[in-house]
Write a protein that binds this ligand. Structure first.
Ligand SMILES: Nc1ncnc2c1ncn2[C@@H]1O[C@H](COP(=O)(O)OP(=O)(O)OP(=O)(O)O)[C@@H](O)[C@H]1O
Ligand SMILES: [Mg+2]
Length: 258
């Protein structure tokens, strides 16, 4: 197991699902992308999703947020059936935050204005808004970049900004679509620590998908491996990497996280 896991002092095992996908199927035209998927995301867990390109990871985030509706099945959040609840209501009611795989910024605004924009939507009091933004600026080491337009930030700086923007309203359910892509090694480490601190201090549930399988497995409680529209393996990081089917379909024989 990687270094990060050694710092974990508590394991988070709740029986209570905060998000439940029940018998979900989704087609694009006649192509079936998700095939009768059943998935529970538990309160205060960090769940990792792994799977090859095009398997449906971003689609699962879209289903949870309401960006896409399933053809069959139900989506429950906090036990409430919200399959038909529009995206804006879902975000507000359940305090969701999504870091999308691409985009998520206003390119012609500076870094600070992007942060202010989101903060003004969520936090009424000016003082609290400033406190929150200042905390994120120091946490993400944004000081020197505040006046740079988002379109002029590097790939990794953009990704960090989108992640910081997602944290502004203290989400209860945080969905991270490839947060480690484009980040350098130390920034990945910082983000892993932020994710784990959120789990322990703010009691939030985090779902993260990424192709940096090692970095992902080093900070999750549980991982699922997707193939052909469904889950083929689920368990602790060490359980999924030793799973036979997961090896054949995703990890290959050589993969390890030591
Ligand atoms: N709007 C769309 N119209 C048609 N097909 C789509 C649409 N959005 C996604 N798809 C298809 O759905 C499948 C799943 O896409 P998705 O983006 O969820 O994959 P992913 O697992 O996130 O892949 P990656 O690891 O490359 O990001 C792909 O085959 C993709 O072509
Ligand atoms: Mg994707």
């Amino acid at each position: 197991m990687g270094l990060i896991k050694k710092f974990r002092i508590k394991s988070y095992k709740s029986e209570e699902a905060i998000v439940e996908l029940k018998n979900i199927s989704l087609f694009y035209n006649k192509r079936q992308i998700i095939n009768n998927l059943n998935l529970k995301i538990y309160k205060q867990e960090i769940l990792g999703m792994l799977g090859p390109n095009g398997v449906g990871k971003s689609t699962i985030f879209n289903l949870i947020t309401g960006l896409r509706n399933p053809n069959h099945g139900e989506i429950l959040i906090n036990g409430i059936n919200c399959t038909k609840l529009p995206i804006n209501e879902r975000f507000k009611k359940f305090n969701l935050a999504l870091v999308p795989q691409y985009g998520g910024l206003i390119h012609d605004l500076s870094m600070l204005d992007n942060l202010n924009l989101v903060a003004e939507i969520h936090i009424k009091e000016k003082e609290l808004r400033e406190q929150k933004i200042n905390k994120l600026i120091s946490q993400f080491e944004f000081d020197a970049l505040l006046n740079v337009k988002a379109k002029h930030l590097s790939g990794g700086q953009k990704k960090k900004l989108v992640i910081a923007m997602a944290l502004i309203n203290d989400p209860k359910i945080l969905l991270l679509d490839e947060p480690f892509a484009a980040l350098d090694i130390l920034t990945i480490r910082m983000l892993q620590e932020i994710i784990m601190n959120l789990q322990s201090t703010d009691e939030i549930s985090v779902v993260v998908c990424d192709h940096q399988a090692r970095d992902l497995l080093n900070c999750v409680d549980r991982a699922i491996i997707l193939s052909n529209g469904n889950i083929i393996a689920s368990g602790s990081p060490s359980e999924v990497i030793s799973d036979k089917l997961a090896k054949t379909e995703y990890f290959g024989d050589e993969f390890n996280i030591n």
